[in-house]
Design a protein around this ligand. Structure first.
Ligand code: SF4
Length: 212
């Protein structure tokens, strides 16, 4: 069996981690093959002691090029939802369960490809460290990949979207759809409805945070 060339991500985490030292360490991660495909590691960013952490699936095309999470079209939609929910994005920490962009070519475009269970597991030490350092009071999972990664593989966003869920990871936990799925809605009316549901979910988290 060929020797596995890549280190586990956990081995790269510094002894006394801070968000910036962990972000630096993640730049050199080769714990799964996605480092070969993406332009760069896209680590989480935001307030170091944010009370709210948003977790998506993986960076997209724009994020891969910018090196920042949620800066593309889905990020802009998320920004709008946060504004409508009265949440200041600068006070939030945003990240993804997988830190490299997985894609496949279609003509000249790079099309998002869902990360595998192995890639999600390989990347998990980075997310666990972000959660341990930021210690958010609330975590919102954006989409099924994030929700199943943090809440278990049986978790269904379609069944529990917008509900407050018990978790050991944070006192307040909720899952909603990924903003990219709202962008893919088949028509304007569906898009408006989906956006309202996501904004309502964020409002619910904001209210729970106020009380906590
Ligand atoms: S996706 Fe995660 S585990 Fe894989 S190389 Fe990138 S940072 Fe490392």
């Amino acid at each position: 069996m060929p020797k596995r060339p890549n280190k586990d991500a956990a081995e790269l985490i510094p002894d006394r981690p801070t968000i910036s030292s962990v972000r630096d360490a993640a730049k050199n991660c080769q714990a799964c093959d996605l480092y070969k495909r993406g332009t760069q590691t896209v680590f989480g960013e935001g307030a170091r002691k944010a009370r709210l952490m948003l977790v998506g699936e993986q960076p997209g095309d724009a994020e891969d090029l910018a090196g920042q999470p949620f800066v593309g079209p889905a990020g802009k939609l998320l920004d709008r939802a946060l504004v409508e929910a009265g949440i200041d994005r600068a006070a939030v920490y945003v990240t993804n369960v997988v830190k490299h962009f997985k894609w496949e070519p279609r003509g000249k475009r790079r099309i998002h490809k869902k990360p595998s269970a192995g890639e999600i597991a390989a990347c998990r030490p980075w997310l666990d460290t972000e959660i341990a350092l930021v210690k958010p009071r609330a975590i919102v999972c954006l989409g099924a990949t994030a929700a199943q990664s943090l809440l278990g593989r049986q978790f269904k966003v379609t069944a529990h979207r917008g509900e407050l869920i018990a978790s050991t990871l944070a006192p307040i936990m909720l899952a909603t759809v990924h903003p990219s799925s709202i962008l893919r809605a088949p028509d304007d009316e569906t898009r408006r409805t989906e956006m309202k549901r996501s904004t309502d979910a964020l409002r619910k988290v904001a209210r729970a945070l106020e009380k906590s």
